[in-house]
Design a protein around this ligand. Structure first.
Ligand SMILES: [Zn+2]
Length: 307
């Protein structure tokens, strides 16, 4: 499940065990099935039966790229969305030992156009929601190992972090200066995770179309929000995001076309599959594996990377 509840400043908690949210997800899935509002790709569970494919580039016209999804990097009580610093470092060491090259989203866009430019074993590491621990704990390790990462902060929460007086690693978000500091290193790129669509309440499921919402209203709502986020990223980092990262992995029919109209070149969901990219069109359904905290690096990566 993919329940990162985005609350107000100072109240941003990871609620992986909330029964209410599980219930809400059930209701949502029923609505999705009954309402016929499109191809909803939502709330996928990790599965041992996911067909893995070789991650090395055997066919020069095809790009095979696993994408890993992290959230918080810190110690905490049991929580599926928190990976310890030590575990994350173990991941980076493992990938280096196995000959993987971490890539940015902008590089993936280029490699999709010309797979011959891609490294032999590319992999993308992504961090959702912009937690302060990404800056405090993950970024120093990225620097230590020269690894790249794609971070997708919630723009409104980055804004609100600016005025937060008492910051705490357990709930605070990165501020713009911290985000831009990471970008300047060349190791981190920021992608759009919405300005303020990161919620699952009142019929809203992230950036998915709300049941009963007209197409026009949906397009207008999504356009306004994503443009607002893009402007903030451009203003603070000098780069406009190339990808949209669907909050909760909730994808609606029609959103792909709208993302293209808005200038995006890629979109990421939470479906746990290796990406086999034949053309740039495939970049609009990039899948990602949630990194569970309890597995060793070898166990996790071997499960998803090997045939
Ligand atoms: Zn998120």
């Amino acid at each position: 499940m993919y329940f990162l509840v985005s609350g107000r400043r100072g109240a941003h908690f990871l609620r992986a065990h909330s029964r209410k949210l599980w219930l809400a997800a059930g209701v949502f899935l029923l609505l999705a099935a009954a309402g016929g509002w499109g191809a909803v790709s939502f709330l996928r569970q990790p599965s041992e039966s996911v067909p893995a494919e070789p991650a090395s580039q055997e066919d020069s016209s095809v790009l095979t790229v696993p994408i890993i999804m992290y959230h918080g990097i810190r110690e905490e009580e049991q929580n599926r969305y928190l990976v310890s610093k030590e575990r994350f470092e173990e991941d980076l060491q493992y990938l280096r030992q196995q000959g993987y090259t971490t890539i940015l989203l902008s590089e993936l866009v280029e490699y999709a156009k010309d797979p011959s430019k891609a490294p032999e074993k590319p992999i993308m590491l992504t961090f959702d929601d912009g937690y302060w621990d990404n800056y405090l704990n993950a970024y120093p390790l990225l620097r230590k190992y020269g690894c790249k990462a794609v971070m997708s902060p919630i723009a409104k929460e980055a804004q609100e972090a600016e005025s937060e007086s008492q910051r705490n690693i357990r709930w605070s978000q990165c501020r713009w200066e911290e985000l831009s500091d990471m970008c300047r290193s060349g190791l981190v790129e920021l992608e759009n995770h919405s300005y303020d669509l990161h919620s699952i309440q009142g019929g809203v499921q992230g950036a998915a179309r709300i049941p009963g919402e007209t197409e026009e209203a949906y397009r207008s709502r999504l356009t306004d929000d994503l443009k607002k986020a893009n402007q903030l990223f451009q203003m603070h980092t000098g780069r406009t995001p190339q990808a949209f990262v669907y909050p909760y992995g909730a994808v609606s029919e029609g959103s792909r076309e709208l993302l293209k109209e808005l200038g995006f070149e890629a979109a990421m969901d939470c479906e746990e599959k290796i990406n086999v990219i034949h053309s740039s069109e495939d970049l609009f359904s990039l899948h990602r594996f949630l990194r569970p905290p309890e597995l060793s690096s070898a166990h996790f990566f071997e499960r998803i990377l090997k045939t």
